[in-house]
Every structure is written in C-alpha cells, then in structure tokens.
Design a protein around this ligand. Structure first.
Ligand SMILES: [Zn+2]
Length: 71
C-alpha cells in the first residue's frame, strides 16, 4: 500500500471521538498518525494501520491501491 506523509487515511473503525480520518505525520517501521477529529496522535506498526485502512486521500483526491506502486 502506497502511503505517504500528509496523506489522509480513512479507517474502518472510528476513533472514540467519532472521527475516522487520520493524517499521516511520519512513516517508517512505525507510523505516526493524528486524528482529524480531536488531534490525538498515535504511533503503531505500519501493518496495523494498513489492515484498518479503508481509503487513502492525497491532495483531496482518493488514491487507489491498485495504482501508484512506485515508491
Ligand atoms: Zn479522535
């Protein structure tokens, strides 16, 4: 999955504040994401977020998983 800093991820499960969208702040072995609803920041394994991610937005456009395989 092609995820970059600044992308907006829509998760399958909402944060307790009700927001499902998170901004990517840092990528690497661990990702750091910020909840767009309440500003809460979390860190965790890339695989965990990829598994829970339903949608990726970049510059306001949806990124499809089947393209943009370049890194
Ligand atoms: Zn939140």
């Amino acid at each position: 999955m092609d995820i970059r800093v600044g992308d907006i991820l829509t998760m399958k499960k909402p944060h307790p504040c009700g927001e499902k969208r998170w901004e990517v702040l840092r990528i690497g072995a661990d990702f750091r994401l910020r909840c767009l609803g309440c500003g809460h920041e979390v860190m965790g394994a890339r695989s965990k977020f990829e598994k829970n991610c339903r949608r990726i937005e970049r510059n306001g456009e949806e990124i499809h998983e089947t393209k943009n395989h370049r890194s």
